[in-house]
Design a protein around this ligand. Sequence first.
Ligand code: GTP
Ligand code: MG
Length: 388
Amino acid sequence: MALGWFRKKDRDGKSRPEEETADQPAEEATAPGNVSPDTAAEVEAPQADDVLTGKDDEKTQPEAVDPESENSVAERESEPAPDGEKSAGFFKRLKSGLSKTRKVLTTDIDELFTGKVKIDDEMLENLEELLITADIGVQTTLDIIEGIRKKAPRISGSAELKEILKSEIRALFDIETTAADSALVSKPHVTMVIGVNGVGKTTTIGKLAARANGAGEKVLIAAADTFRAAAIEQLTIWAERANADIVRHKENSDPAAVAYDSVEAAMARGVDRVIIDTAGRLHTRVNLMEELKKIKRSVSKKLPGAPQETLLVLDATTGQNALSQARLFNDAIDVTGLALTKLDGTAKGGIVVAICSAMNIPLKYIGVGEQIDDLQEFDPERFVEALF
Ligand SMILES: Nc1nc2c(ncn2[C@@H]2O[C@H](COP(=O)(O)OP(=O)(O)OP(=O)(O)O)[C@@H](O)[C@H]2O)c(=O)[nH]1
Ligand SMILES: [Mg+2]
């Protein structure tokens, strides 16, 4: 049975706080951008560069996709269309992206009911393990299980259980998660994109720029990750794809100066939206958080009130570590929104639920693939539908 491997695991950590029980499979523990919970805990004042040092240029690669967990063509084609054709396309991509997580939550829940008609303690315990496997988080899982235990006498099959689970999860999304930043209150609207290395900042910027361009906005991208020449090149390619302007300086130049110049250029050129790429890690003795604050200050010096958005990018495949990173960055810099990438590469899609219930910062975007149109505005209702 699919749960066999998990049952063998040590479950002592269940009563500990979520971030201390991050249960990282071996291959994920070494993923770039992972902040070990221990390391994160050691960082008193946010010294995020401490947790970033020693990481090479390698990128987090999405986990290999298990062909069995991919949606069949028939499944892709028979999905409901929430509203209109474009929306149906988005929903299909979302479902397809979440296929690994859904396999845990659906196939395995069906298996729980094999040979049973009623919910019993063993089944609840197994369900608890499933939710933790999907990285919903320990405390959140316990709350969900408690809710289900109360309703157990009314549940007589896996379909009903899934419906109850959906409503329990929906209830966790009641914070303002979809506050749109699309309205350009002051011009240019400046978004500063931050996050540890390899999480998908540059890719997300390319996708965001393409979206804005598609909506008729004039976009300018700032290459304020001057840490590596390759980073500037990568961003330049994305700017071309997204049909956006780019402001770039030489490798190792001052990131704050690049940001300042980009806002100045945007104001001169009548640009609607500026998106600033930043480094996820710097030379050993440079404090990342201080550097990010400096970028922020230089932007607001040129344009008071900017950046209007500070978007923290998190990698879903790092599971509970993404939550540690969110806390670390938010303590240092006021994060106004979150983007969670690589949901397509992981069975840990439950991290969306963990982050939304633990953080008071809206999850604005989710990345469900590497292509330019694989970024979606986070919609809790649609997400829950796609999860089961
Ligand atoms: N499958 C998948 N891959 C993604 C997604 N977003 C980004 N990636 C991949 O993740 C890798 C790292 O992405 P980057 O955009 O370079 O990450 P970064 O945060 O800019 O990295 P640094 O510049 O080193 O800090 C690339 O191979 C991307 O294609 C996503 O939503 N899904
Ligand atoms: Mg980058």
